[in-house]
Design a binder for this molecule. Structure first.
Ligand code: ZN
Length: 470
């Protein structure tokens, strides 16, 4: 019996051992099958997930695209903030400032008018307006044409006479809806700025000018539209004294200047007067100067200026040639010093003037006269410019000139005038002679403002306006 039990026990152990072994084999198989199934499931799922529109691969691609777009938008936004800060937070950010900022930040992107930013690597476009970035766009977004783009559109137009009705064109002489500031302090010019005893005051209330296209001003590769007031700005005779009293003095539209002070300081005063017309869209406001005349007449080199220099016809030394030395005389600066020290006055002639062909010049003068091909430009700048009654205007420029054989030099202002049918534009009106004579002009010519618009400013062409001088 004992034996039997033992055998059973043994058998049991054997059985258990066999079962254990059998069990082990089972686990391995199940694990293998499960593993295979899991692998198959994984593989199946992976393939499904990897491919297709919602697959991992395209999800990853989408995620990368979203990240790229976010970083492009951030780069645009950052560049805008950089450019805005460089402007000291004043005025609009232009596309060339935007380009500089993108370059400075190491962003490979191109900024263009009405600020569009293009990323050549991704071929995506964004717009930024007042700091708000929009996009991306796959095609270059349609923007309204900037003033410069409209002017460029109008360049090759065959209707330069004001009859073109194409709204995307701007031509020289066209009237535009530039809005003068609605409020602002009057500009008060004192005696030390002009050499004249009276204060001369200019205010927005006293003037409602019309604005016309004069051309393009280019600076560091950036183009801006240049406007000119249809007429000079009129002076108000009213001013407030330091004590708060309102007084009237020297009524009349013209800007008076006198002597050495007038020569030295009047151009800056003229620019200051014109600056009352600068609005937020304007890059700069200043007065007409000799460079504007040169540009209008297409005289860009010294040789072109010399060839048409009307002063040489009247016996004056040619532009850029030397005058003097004249001993024991005064420069305008020395003249204004307390003890008026004399010196030897010498230098290079910087004044010159053009005789404008107005169609009615005597034949002996027509050879030296400068013809303005664009009739609208000619009439805009050179018609009705009679001094004392008409729209004669100063140029915020100055220059030195001397008659051949004379023993002194003259320091004078720029002016555009027409007298006895002879229209002259240039530098060389009397102000101061180095031998100590001072000259003044009162009630003679006025100040004519120029406004340079920011490059991406939008502007509309409007119909021709009645003369604001009337
Ligand atoms: Zn046109």
């Amino acid at each position: 019996m004992k034996e039997k039990i033992k055998k059973n026990k043994e058998r049991g152990i054997i059985t258990m051992e066999k079962q254990r072994l059998r069990k082990n084999k089972g686990i391995t198989l199940i694990a293998l099958v499960i593993t295979i199934i899991v692998l198959l499931i994984l593989a199946g799922v992976s393939i499904a997930m990897l491919t297709g529109n919602n697959g991992i691969l395209s999800q990853a691609q989408n995620a990368k695209k979203r990240t790229d777009i976010a970083s492009e938008k951030e780069a645009v936004s950052l560049a805008y903030t950089t450019a805005y800060a460089k402007n000291n937070g004043e005025g609009k950010v232009t596309y060339s400032q935007m380009q500089d900022a993108l370059d400075d930040n190491g962003t490979n992107a191109e900024a263009s008018g009405n600020i569009i930013v293009y990323f050549p690597d991704s071929e995506r476009y964004y717009t930024v307006k007042d700091g708000v970035v929009e996009g991306p766009f796959e095609e270059k977004p349609e923007t309204e044409l900037s003033a410069v783009e409209m002017f460029e559109n109008g360049q090759n137009c065959d209707k330069q006479d004001g009859t073109c009705t194409n709204e995307t064109h701007l031509h020289i002489g066209d009237y535009v809806n530039y809005e003068e500031p609605t409020s602002g302090e009057p500009c008060v010019i004192g005696p030390s700025q002009t050499g004249v005893e009276n204060y001369q005051v200019y205010s927005l209330e006293n003037n409602d000018l019309n604005w016309r296209v004069l051309g393009i001003e280019e600076e560091n590769g950036e183009k801006r539209l240049k406007l000119v007031a249809d007429s000079p700005v009129k002076r108000t005779g009213v001013r407030e004294t330091e004590e708060g009293e309102t007084i009237t003095e020297g009524v009349g539209p013209y800007f008076d200047i006198y002597g050495a002070e007038g020569y030295l300081y009047a151009p800056d005063a003229m620019d200051a007067i014109s600056q009352i017309f600068k609005n937020d869209d304007a890059y700069e406001a200043r007065s007409m100067n000799i460079n504007d005349i040169n540009q209008a007449l297409g005289k860009t080199t010294d040789e072109q200026i010399k060839e048409k220099n009307f002063l040489t016809m009247q016996g004056f030394i040619q532009y850029k040639e030397s005058y003097g030395p004249f001993e024991g005389q005064w420069t305008p600066e020395d003249w204004l010093k307390q003890n008026r020290p004399t010196s030897i006055v010498s230098g290079e002639v910087s004044a010159y003037a053009y005789l404008i062909d107005n169609g009615s010049l005597p034949s002996e003068l027509s050879g030296i006269a400068t013809t303005v091909e664009n009739e609208r430009l000619r009439s805009m700048l050179f018609d009705n410019v009679e001094p004392e009654t008409g729209k004669a205007y100063w140029l915020a420029s100055r220059g030195v000139y001397a008659l051949s054989g004379d023993s002194y030099a003259s320091f004078g202002s720029g002016v555009v005038t027409s007298e006895d049918g002879i229209t002259v534009a240039g530098v060389g009106d009397y102000a101061f002679n180095s031998n100590g004579y001072e000259f003044g002009r009162s009630g003679y010519a006025a100040v004519r403002p120029v406004v340079i618009l920011n490059s991406d400013v939008l502007i509309e062409k409007i119909e021709d306006q009645p003369d604001s001088w009337q």
